[in-house]
Design a protein around this ligand. Structure first.
Ligand code: GDP
Length: 692
């Protein structure tokens, strides 16, 4: 018979994991009583341990859903707080402390909370029971308590003592039953006394006759009757058990036996009255079993109803597409790896080359501006005389050491730039941003955890690889630091390429000038301010304080813009001039390299690029392409616990809803099957009992 309660308690635990609806509440025993009525003492006597919060002030602020699980073959007794994930707590004073902390965490202004604390206690010494301990009723609020506390406790209790729950109404023998708040409350919801068990505590504090009178009370007759108990621990054993870890049941029973057997007339074997914690336990087990059994049919129906709803949602919303957190992760990972593979097939040496060459083109332009095109001044002061100005370049004498020095220094600047580090970083950054792009267009976009994991994986691999690769690449380009030999074809390619680069630069300058024009507020205004700046630079106007407070009727900001425009115009002029030079016959042959530093430096950059792209393709790309998917398998596969995977999948609200429906449906199906099994057992049992 007791199987039923055990099973139902298991089912209750399962239903809790999917969030029970009101309809799925399984009956439980709800314990109510006034403060100091001895409510905690009764519960502790049933459990056999002191574990409830104690203190003169009200400490129970949240309902405690106490599930007792009988483990006949086990020796150990322990508690578990399923919501906290603390694991098995074998020290009952620790359970007491946790409960106290959880209660104290309820803000004082809230008084009480109806969010229950779930506590399971496993022991060979407890019966299978499901009890809910509620805050004790208070008569008057003390000065340090909010005035609405009394009402809030009453409301909370009223919510819990509804059918089909059984009410365990605790009253102390030394208080008149007519004044028992517990009985008064239960009477309101159970006027015929059909699901209330009366418990009279502190029987030792009143004369036996008075105790007898209370236990046989007819004013509020209870179908399930009254039980008299004495749950006070004997003084001698009290100190022994203060740490809460010894079993107190036998001590309590000893006290009760001593008292009740010393009053055989009232409580002896001939008496009809029920006394003692032992009997109370038996009664609770029996009544809960009966109530569970009676609710089997209605609970089954409620589950069927919920299941129908879940199945409907599954069908309509999700087209009955099965989903689990694991399959979701596996599919997402596969899809991501697939898109990565696609990327690796199209991103190869040619892309690496383009990236590096583009970077070096910019470096070449910078070098040229620094060493050759040093005409424009980003300043308002008059230009200094420039001896080896650009205009002299076509006339450069191949024997003149100045032009040799200039070109050698420029080429050395390029080769000693730290190409190893630069090229590796450029390519690694490009790979990283490609990975970011792949993540954004994958299902992982909606998953911060996976996003971070993947980004970290690629960043770590790239960082580790880059470290050695940039050094090795630097060694590969070392020969160019000493000597650079150019083929004719290389010269030709350089000439073509630098023309393209210069044209592009010219276009960029043009765009930038247009932007400045818009900023300034039109071409006329820009021309005026540029003309003024030119006059300053030609020494026709003397500027005081470098124009910080504005000058010539122009504000400082406008002068700044004008300066930008002049700089861009001069740069564009130079580039136009150099474009003509590069296209001229003189630059057609590598023999005239001193006239054409642009072509020469481009050809050098091209040589460096060829070495770098070959090396990075072989080292960085192929190693990264190999490692990355493997790292993903580890980080998003093997390294994740089922809880991690679940958390991951639930990051996406859509997936979470889908998973919830699937899980709810599966669980309800499972529970329903169990319930049907129990009903069959019940029907057979009832048949057997009738047959006897
Ligand atoms: P609660 O506030 O309703 O939880 O009451 P407690 O269980 O904390 O008990 C209040 C006081 O009554 C404590 O000092 C207990 O030791 C005492 N007490 C509880 N049960 C009995 C009993 O059966 N007999 C006697 N004499 N005292 C009891």
């Amino acid at each position: 018979m007791m199987m039923l309660t055990k099973k139902m308690i298991q089912i209750r635990g399962l239903l809790q994991t999917v969030g029970q609806s009101e309809a799925l509440q399984l009956p439980s025993i709800v314990v109510i009583g006034s403060q100091s009525s001895g409510k905690s003492s009764v519960l502790e006597a049933i459990v056999g341990h002191e574990f409830l919060p104690k203190g003169s002030n009200m400490v129970t602020r949240r309902p405690i859903e106490l599930t007792l699980v009988n483990t006949p073959d086990a020796h150990a007794e322990y508690g578990e707080f399923p919501a906290l994930g603390l694991g098995k707590v074998t020290d009952f004073s620790q359970i007491q402390k946790t409960l106290t902390d959880l209660n104290l965490a309820v803000p004082v202004q809230d008084c009480v909370s109806d969010d229950p604390i779930q506590l399971r206690i496993y022991s060979p010494n407890v019966p299978d029971l499901s009890l809910i301990d509620l805050p004790g009723y208070i008569q008057v609020t003390s000065s340090d308590q909010p005035p609405e506390l009394k009402q809030k406790i009453a409301d909370l209790c009223e919510k819990y003592i509804q059918a089909p729950n059984i009410i365990l109404a605790i009253s102390a023998a030394d208080v008149d039953l007519a004044n028992s708040t517990a009985l008064r409350s239960s009477r309101k919801v159970d006027p015929r006394g059909e699901r209330t068990i009366g418990v009279i505590t502190k029987m030792d504090l009143v004369e036996p006759e008075r105790g007898v009178g209370m236990l046989s009370d007819k004013k509020y007759g209870l179908r399930l009757g009254y039980v008299g108990v004495i749950c006070k621990l004997p003084q001698s054993s009290n100190s022994l058990f203060t740490r809460g870890n010894g079993n107190i049941s036998s001590a309590v029973m000893k006290t009760e036996n001593a008292y009740f057997s010393s009053h055989p007339l009232e409580f002896g074997p001939g008496s009809e009255l029920e006394v003692g914690t032992k009997n109370l336990r038996k009664k609770l087990m029996y009544v809960l079993e009966q109530t569970m059994s009676a609710s089997l049919k209605s609970t089954s129906e409620a589950i069927q109803h919920e299941l129908a709803e879940a199945s409907y949602e599954y069908k309509v919303q999700y087209n009955e597409r099965p989903l689990s957190a694991e399959t979701y992760l596996a599919e997402s990972l596969d899809a991501f790896k697939h898109s990565f593979k696609g990327f690796t097939e199209q991103f190869g040496r040619a892309h690496v080359r383009e990236l590096i060459k583009h970077e070096l083109d910019q470096q070449v332009l910078n070098l040229l501006a620094q060493r050759y095109w040093n005409k424009p001044f980003d300043d308002l002061s008059p230009p200094l005389p420039e001896p080896d100005s650009l205009a002299e370049l076509p006339k450069a004498d191949p024997e003149n050491p100045l032009w040799h020095l200039k070109l050698d220094a420029s080429s050395a600047s390029l080769t000693k730039l730290g190409i190893g580090r630069l090229a590796t970083t450029v390519v690694a950054n490009a790979l990283q941003s490609q990975i970011d792009g792949l993540i954004s267009s994958s299902t992982f976009a909606a998953h911060p955890f996976a996003r971070q994991t993947i980004t970290e994986a690629s960043a770590n691999i790239l960082r580790d690889l880059s470290y050695d690769i940039s050094d090795e690449l630097e060694i590969c380009i070392k020969p160019y630091k000493y000597r650079i030999e150019l083929e004719d074809s290389e010269w030709m390619r350089g000439r073509e390429n630098i023309s393209r680069v210069l044209k592009e630069e010219l276009r960029v300058c043009g765009e930038a000038i247009k932007h400045v024009e818009v900023d300034v507020g039109g071409s006329r205004k820009m021309k005026d301010v540029m003309a003024f700046i030119d006059r300053v630079r030609n020494g026709q106007v003397v500027l005081e304080g470098n124009g910080i407070g504005g000058a010539g009727g122009f504000s400082a900001a406008l002068l700044q813009k004008g300066r930008e425009a002049v700089f861009l115009r001069d740069r564009a002029d130079i580039i136009k001039m150099r474009l003509l030079a590069v296209k001229s016959k003189q630059c057609a042959s590598k023999k005239n390299k001193y006239y054409c530093p642009e072509v020469f430096l481009d050809a050098v950059a091209d040589k460096l690029t060829t070495t770098a792209d070959l090396f990075l393709d072989a080292e960085l790309l192929s190693k990264f392409y190999y490692s990355f998917p493997r790292h993903l398998d580890t980080r998003l596969g093997r390294n994740l616990s089922p809880a991690d995977i679940d958390r991951f999948a639930r990051e996406d609200p859509k997936v979470q809803r889908h998973l919830d429906v699937v899980r709810r449906k599966e669980l309800l199906e499972h529970v329903l099957k169990e319930m049907e099994g129990l009903r069959q057992l019940e029907i057979r049992g009832a048949g057997g009992r009738r047959g006897r």
